[in-house]
Design a protein around this ligand. Structure first.
Ligand code: PLP
Length: 398
């Protein structure tokens, strides 16, 4: 008998579960956008977003999703005909590279496949081979949401410095900002892109491009930037705050204000990272136990290469799709689909699923999701190792 009534849990890797307080803050009529509360609130978001990215650099805010931030970051620092290096993990790097090609940028892609983080040695070799410094930037995804592969962003900066290569380090932290550690300035990231609908717990619709003075210098060498994406007016408070960039995303600003208060003032960013890390370890412990017997297998083998925001799982077709459907219909939990994992044998990626553990998540929610997965494995007669829930609970009890 279906036991799916009750509050439905969305355990997909973005959009993430939003706090009631964020939703309530957004549920109001639009205020005056020219004077008053909204202007001040917009001012207050800037330093707080920079604090989440750990940067003293600049910030341009846009109305758009992660794809918008991708495009914005590219067009401000690259001219058509420029070349970039894309050390690609999983799915999202290829998407960013495709967007770069569409604005006339040539991409040298190193494909690391679907089960590895960025290989720094290969990046180093590519940079060393580029004696004339034709490569203007590296496009790197910190956490690939499709594979849950996490790459070493600080390591990329070390490689650039060791080689003495001037390419900009551009990083996509859309999946994991506010979940996995990010130290934009300390790690030498020149441009960081993020959205609001994953770790930042707000509905999709605002996105952020953080950039430093090096990137700004490059901006001044770019011949033409289309006006909406130009980060100059957006990072200039006098212009942006007067909404010369169009109508402000009013409800988003209210929602983001509450979410940032929760992250920075109430819980604290480092505690937020630690919560994600502990819950991720609980999720891994459960999957490691299940994988002792039967088809369950974590996509990322090494813990150091796994994200604290999302876990990608291999379970063989059609187990993946069957389990996802069972959980939605019978247990009230929706898991993420296998993204970019299709093969000839498994054209719809039916042998995969993903668990989102980003943003507004706690022990109760993660153990609930894991418990429902255990019920699904049992109901569908998918063989699995025992002790998963006890192992996960033990980690939550630490
Ligand atoms: C979600 C995501 C994107 C795309 O963001 P959208 O808001 O869906 O456009 C890009 N990169 C990564 C790593 C993501 O997780």
């Amino acid at each position: 008998m279906p036991l799916a009534n009750g509050r439905h849990t969305l355990a997909i890797p973005g959009p993430s579960v939003m706090p009631e307080r964020v939703l309530q803050a957004m549920h109001r009529p639009s205020p005056n956008i020219y004077t008053g509360e909204l202007i001040e609130m917009t001012h207050s978001l800037i330093p707080d977003l920079k604090a989440v990215a750990r940067t003293k650099g600049h910030l341009a805010m846009y109305i758009g999703n992660g794809h918008a931030a991708w495009e914005a970051s590219l067009v401000n620092v690259l001219n058509p005909g420029d070349r970039v290096l894309v050390p690609a993990t999983g799915q999202f790097s290829h998407g960013w590279a495709e967007m770069a090609r569409r604005v006339g940028v040539d991409c040298d892609v190193i494909d690391h496949g679907r089960r590895s983080p960025i290989d720094l040695d290969q990046v180093e070799a590519a940079l060393r081979a580029d004696k004339e410094h034709k490569l203007k930037a590296i496009l790197a995804v910190q956490v690939d949401t499709a594979t849950s592969a996490k790459s070493d962003v600080a390591g990329l900066r070390k490689v650039l410095d060791a080689v003495g290569h001037p390419a900009l380090l551009m990083v996509d932290a859309i999946a994991c900002l506010g979940c996995d550690e990010m130290q934009m300035d300390d790690w030498g990231v020149d441009i960081l892109v993020a959205g609001c609908q994953k770790g930042l717990m707000v509905p999709a619709g605002t996105c952020f491009v953080f950039f430093n003075d090096r990137a700004q210098k490059r901006r001044s060498q770019v011949e033409r930037v289309s006006s909406y994406w130009d980060w100059e007016p957006r990072s200039n408070p006098e212009v942006y705050y007067q909404y010369h960039c169009g109508t402000a995303p009013t409800q988003h600003i209210f929602g983001l204000r509450v979410a940032l208060d929760m992250i920075l003032k109430e819980e604290g960013l480092e505690a937020v990272w630690a919560r994600h890390a502990q819950l991720a370890r609980a999720v891994w412990a459960a999957f490691e136990a299940w994988s002792e017997d039967g088809p369950v297998e974590l996509n990322m083998v090494e813990r150091a290469h796994r994200s604290n925001a999302v876990t990608a799982v291999r379970i063989g077709a059609p187990n993946g799709v069957n389990l996802r459907n069972w959980l939605t219909n019978e247990a009230g939990v929706t898991l993420g689909i296998g993204l970019g994992m299709s093969t000839q044998d498994d054209p719809n990626a039916d042998g995969f699923f993903r668990v989102g553990h980003m943003g507004h998540v706690n022990t109760h929610m993660m153990l609930g999701t894991l418990g429902a997965i255990e019920a699904g494995l049992t109901a569908l007669d998918i063989p699995h190792g025992s002790g998963a829930l006890a192992a996960a609970a033990k980690i939550c009890a630490e």
